[in-house]
Ligand binder design. Structure first.
Ligand code: MF3
Ligand code: CO
Ligand code: CO
Length: 333
């Protein structure tokens, strides 16, 4: 007995394509005929490793309000608009975040640990007189997030070495000139399989297509709509537990930015709003499970997940990307 291919009809006679029917539950080992379950159920490719001590930040560098306590306190429920002075400072913070992310991505290769990537990010950040925003944010122990393969988001850099065939998302946020800038990219470690390339490519398109519709007067739910259309076409799924967010003097604040379609969300974009778009797209099911470390979120079925993120400013007639380039690293690989 053989299981159908993704685009073949499902074995249950529903008349639906396998990928739209029992594929995901088979992969979880829930429904496949017993003889085939073993070959379907995925094994984790990532396990919790050793986490090195927090790296120190020199005293002369301005710190966000939570740096010592771990608790963000500033007003985060209101949706703020930035004034020209704040825009200038956010541009500078965004530039530094981009510079640090580029430095990290240039160092991704088989054999390097995610802890080493974190150390590289940390030194570059403080060299540029900025504070690495994740450090001690709600107790997060490191300076960036590194999310490998089935890790969806908030992976903690540790002693795991990257291996050829992995995909890794590096998420850099810095605090400089009193503002946060937040961006991430997913890249390949050595040669990766075609399915992973497709996933990363489509996730990038999700970010770009949604950025292209940002302008004053636009509905926030247009973002989820365009992403859903693209993702459905490829049989992937959209993570719902984590969203984009307002950003500025606070790391995370209103509005939240759903990457799936919310028909009843009436929030409208206005000039001067600054927020992130950061779709997490899964090759398998949409659901996540969070590890006991309370941070690392992995896909429930252990299929791979990719993500890209930019910090954006709504301008008078459209959008400005505050965190840099339209050419992602994976396209240069
Ligand atoms: N940079 C992540 C984001 O895009 C947040 C990381 S919070 C941390 O929103 F504490 F995990 F670092
Ligand atoms: Co981020
Ligand atoms: Co973010």
């Amino acid at each position: 007995m053989k299981l159908p291919k993704r685009n073949d009809l499902c074995w249950c006679n529903s008349g639906k394509k396998y990928k739209k029917c029992h594929l995901h539950s088979d992969e979880l080992g829930e429904t496949a005929p017993p003889g085939l379950q073993k070959e379907m159920v995925r094994k984790p490719t990532v396990a919790a490793g050793r986490i090195s001590p927090m790296n120190p930040v020199p005293d002369h560098i301005g710190r966000p309000e939570y740096a010592d306590t771990g608790a963000p306190t500033s007003a985060r429920s209101s949706c703020k608009k930035v004034n020209p002075d704040q825009i200038e400072r956010m541009r500078k913070a965004g530039k530094i975040a981009r510079e640090v992310l580029d430095t990290v991505l240039a160092n991704v290769r088989p054999g390097i640990t995610t802890d080493a990537l974190d150390r590289i990010a940390h030194s570059r950040t403080v060299e540029l007189d900025a504070y690495p925003s994740p450090l001690n944010y709600m107790g997060f122990p490191k300076s960036i997030c590194t999310s490998v393969n089935e890790v969806v988001v908030h992976g903690i850099p540790d002693s795991r070495e990257l291996v050829a065939g992995d995909i890794v998302n590096c998420d850099v946020t810095v605090y400089a000139f009193g503002m946060h800038g937040d961006c991430s990219e997913t890249v390949f470690v050595g040669e990766v399989d075609e399915d992973s390339k497709k996933l990363v490519q489509v996730t990038w398109e999700c970010l770009m297509k949604s950025i292209d519709l940002v302008r004053p007067g636009q509905h926030f739910n247009a973002i989820g709509k365009v992403i859903e259309d693209l993702v459905r076409e490829h049989g992937f799924s959209i993570v719902r537990e984590f969203t984009g967010h307002g950003i500025g003097e606070s790391f995370h604040m209103a509005p939240y930015v759903a990457h799936f379609y919310e028909p009843n969300n009436a929030t409208i974009m206005e000039e001067g709003m600054t927020f992130t778009i950061e779709p997490m797209i899964n090759a398998g099911c949409a659901e996540c499970v969070v590890w006991p470390d309370k941070w690392t979120a992995v896909t429930r079925d252990l299929a791979r997940s990719a993500q890209f993120e930019h910090t954006l400013l709504v301008t008078a007639d459209g959008v400005e990307i505050l965190t840099g380039g339209r050419q992602p690293w994976f396209m240069k690989q």
